[in-house]
Design a protein around this ligand. Structure first.
Ligand code: C2E
Ligand code: MG
Ligand code: MG
Ligand code: MG
Length: 279
């Protein structure tokens, strides 16, 4: 009966809720321990020039293999780290590691590091960034910090001060997941942003979906007229690649080119691509 179905569905819902709450509690404990033992690893996803296919750098993406729970996505554990007050510490480690790793790459390659809104509101961030640059010897121009629109919403005066400070260090700022936030476009010229990254949700239905195609073209034009670089993320097919290459996106990353990989594999990929271009 309908009533019976309703009750079963409620029980199922309740069970799922309990499972989710329990997983969350376990993850909190595991994450604190992982943070203490520094159980994380930084992977790199190559970024290429959309016109030439040349690798211009990589985005650092954090990986956590939890002994009990296996692979846990940063999309799940970063928000928990933010709530537990661990994200600045974890983020500082990622910055240090990424800067160190990038010094082993050819000089012309950039490294991009994600910065959570919580890190951006931490007044120690510019000091942490300049320390990571100093210790590694990486030129500031090679470091790009990826922030999201959400980071510019709340205390935007503090965010502006921090971003200007970072720009003065020589570091560049990218706006990640562009088009998915709620804020107005006014921040594009208020904040020192030099790159827009078009969110994967607009890329995945290219080239057939008219709506996505229009949005991508419009963002590329916006970037061009504001003198910003534009990256398309989440490129999975060669049709998507040719579409965005034709419509003014400067750089591309996605599974079509490479998944995020270990730093040794990134160096091997660089060599393999250089060899195939030379051949
Ligand atoms: P994001 O910065 O937008 O990173 C892009 C995400 O898309 C990555 O997921 C990447 O693996 C995935 N991706 C790239 N190309 C493709 C593709 O062609 N297809 C599909 N389906 N996915 C693709 P990942 O590594 O799971 O990271 C998820 C999010 O977690 C990141 O989104 C970022 O917001 C956050 N994150 C990752 N590492 C860090 C970090 O070190 N610090 C902070 N604060 N956040 C991080
Ligand atoms: Mg990113
Ligand atoms: Mg993104
Ligand atoms: Mg994202």
């Amino acid at each position: 009966s309908a009533k019976r179905d309703g009750k079963d569905r409620f029980c199922l819902f309740e069970t799922e809720m309990m499972d989710a709450m329990q997983r969350r509690r376990f993850l909190e404990v595991d994450l604190r321990r992982a943070c203490m033992r520094d159980d994380f690893e930084v992977f790199y996803q190559p970024v290429i020039d959309s016109q030439t296919g040349v690798v211009t750098g990589a985005e650092a993406l954090l990986r956590w293999h939890c002994p009990e729970r296996g692979y846990v996505s940063p999309a799940e554990f970063i928000p928990i780290a933010e709530e537990l007050g661990l994200v600045s510490r974890i983020g500082a480690k990622v910055l240090q590691q990424a800067c160190r790793d990038a010094t082993t790459w050819p000089e012309e390659l950039d490294v991009a590091v994600n910065v959570s809104p919580v890190q951006l509101l931490d007044p120690r961030l510019p000091q942490i960034v300049s320390q990571a640059l100093l210790e590694s010897g990486l030129r500031a121009e090679r470091l790009e910090l990826e922030i999201t629109e959400t980071a510019l919403l709340g205390d935007d005066e503090a965010a502006l001060r921090t971003l200007n400070h970072l720009r003065d260090l020589g570091v560049r700022i990218s706006l990640d997941d562009f088009g998915t936030g709620y804020s107005s476009l006014s921040y594009l010229h208020r904040f020192p942003i030099s790159r827009i990254k078009i969110d994967r949700s607009f890329i995945c239905r290219l080239p057939d979906d008219e709506g996505s195609a229009s949005i991508v073209r419009a963002i590329a034009q916006l970037g061009e007229s504001l003198d910003m670089k534009v990256t398309a993320e989440g490129i999975e097919t060669s049709e998507q690649l040719s579409f965005i290459a034709k419509h003014g996106c400067d750089h591309v990353q996605g599974f079509l080119i490479s998944r995020p990989i270990r730093v040794a594999d990134f160096l091997a990929l660089l060599e393999a691509r250089a060899a195939s271009i030379a051949a």
